[in-house]
Design a protein around this ligand. Structure first.
Ligand code: ZN
Length: 415
């Protein structure tokens, strides 16, 4: 396949995923259209393609409003939260200690009426991992969630600032993003939070027009080469957060999967190749990841190596790859393949994507991302600014060529 043909396809796929679909949020029609599109392409290239489904929720909101008397405050429905129409006395908690105090001795215990809780400061500095998120779940987050559920206010208002590591570049970020947490919640900027905190003890009215809609999504697995024995799994997540075109996060990765599949159209080696479209990296329940593990339970040792693509192809800087628990027998082939194309360097360790699902299950992995990942996560990730102009199709082509080389090299080394 000619390079310019790959480049043209890269642009075409990128624009389709980012611009023609309204969203690729798990559970949405756009997400299903995207997985159908990919599955059809992969099957057309001769891959044995399957689309196992999972249950999930689609989530929509028609906005939220908060008033105290004649004063209005700007708030946003927390993704996946229940909607509400509530009035209650405003109580404020700035720290875990304050929340505990309120709960056992303070306003929460003494007042019998309805309360609406504003959480801010120390208590709202990091997005809380969802209750049932399986891969990373710090006890301090779970402790806060338990306190909130015990407190059981009518609704929660979170005033937040920035948290690029867990919430990407959005400001303010939603403190709670959890379809299993059933106290309605909204979020607002730190400044609005400062203004609202002055209204403590007054009655506030909150409306959040959010809805959970039972829905379905799927992952796509597509295999070529030997069906038995060892295989390489090349994956990228197709889902986005609500409200972002998700070009870097992670249409670019999905485009690489399609290009690799095109390059391997005639592949029939002894090493199995599995292209895996994951669905749930940006979803509170990581449903696609969980489903993949469930399907492969007891069989993950058949995976020689996982390659995960996320936030790759950024127009600025090099592409960066990093190794996780790769045995010595594999590393020369990996380095050789990644050195074979221009603009690719070995980068820092990075733990915030789907390769960790494999690493945590003793499968060696390689993450492919952008060298400027810190800049991407603090300025672009999860925002409406994550647009295709920020992705260089030539970088995606280079990664695809590396992966083709790696597949053939590893296949050649199989005894
Ligand atoms: Zn991502």
């Amino acid at each position: 396949m000619m390079r310019n043909e790959l480049s043209e396809n890269a642009k075409k796929y990128l624009n389709f995923l980012c611009l023609e679909l309204p969203t690729r949020q798990v559970g949405s029609q756009g997400n299903r259209t995207a997985t159908e599109f990919i599955a059809k392409k992969l099957a057309g290239l001769g891959f044995r393609t399957e689309c196992p489904e999972f249950e999930c929720i689609d989530w929509v909101t028609e906005g939220a409003a908060l008033t105290v008397g004649s004063k209005k405050f700007v708030v946003y429905s927390s993704p996946y939260s229940l909607g509400c129409e509530e009035s209650g006395v405003l109580v404020v908690a700035n720290s875990v200690g304050e929340l505990e105090n309120d709960l056992y001795t303070g306003s929460g215990k003494q007042r019998s009426g309805k309360l609406i809780l504003l959480v801010r400061g120390e208590l709202a500095k990091e997005q809380l991992m969802a209750k049932n998120f399986p891969f990373y779940n710090p006890p301090e987050h779970q402790h806060i969630i338990q306190l909130l559920e015990t407190f059981k206010p009518q609704a929660i208002i979170a005033a937040t600032s920035r948290n690029p590591e867990l919430a990407g570049a959005v400001y303010p970020f939603s403190l709670i993003e959890d379809g299993d947490f059933d106290i309605p919640s909204v979020y607002m900027t730190e400044d609005e939070g400062n203004r609202l905190a002055q209204q403590v003890g007054k009655t506030v009215s909150l409306v959040s027009r959010a809805r959970r809609i039972p829905s379905k999504g799927c992952i796509v697995t597509a295999r070529k080469g030997a069906d038995q024995g060892l295989r390489i799994v090349i994956c990228a997540h197709i889902d986005t957060k609500p409200g972002t075109p998700g070009a870097l996060d992670n249409a670019g990765g999905v485009v690489v999967l399609l290009l690799v599949a095109e390059l391997l159209e005639r592949y029939s080696g002894r090493l199995g190749v599995e292209i895996l479209v994951v669905n749930g990296e940006d979803y509170y329940a990581a449903s696609g990841e969980k489903l993949y593990l469930q399907i492969n339970q007891g069989k993950l040792n058949q995976i020689l190596l996982n390659i995960n693509l996320d936030a790759a192809g950024y127009i600025h800087g090099n592409t960066a790859y990093s190794l996780y628990d790769c045995p010595e027998g594999l590393t020369p082939a990996i380095h050789k393949a990644f050195m074979s194309q221009a603009g690719i360097v070995e980068g820092e360790q990075w733990y915030q994507s789907d390769h960790m699902v494999f690493v945590q299950n003793q499968v060696p992995a390689v993450a492919v991302t952008s060298e400027q990942i810190v800049e991407v996560m603090s300025q672009i990730t999860h925002t409406e600014g994550d647009r295709p102009e920020l992705v260089d199709p030539e970088k995606l082509v280079n990664i695809a060529l590396v992966l083709k080389e790696l597949v053939f090299d590893l296949e050649g080394r199989l005894a």
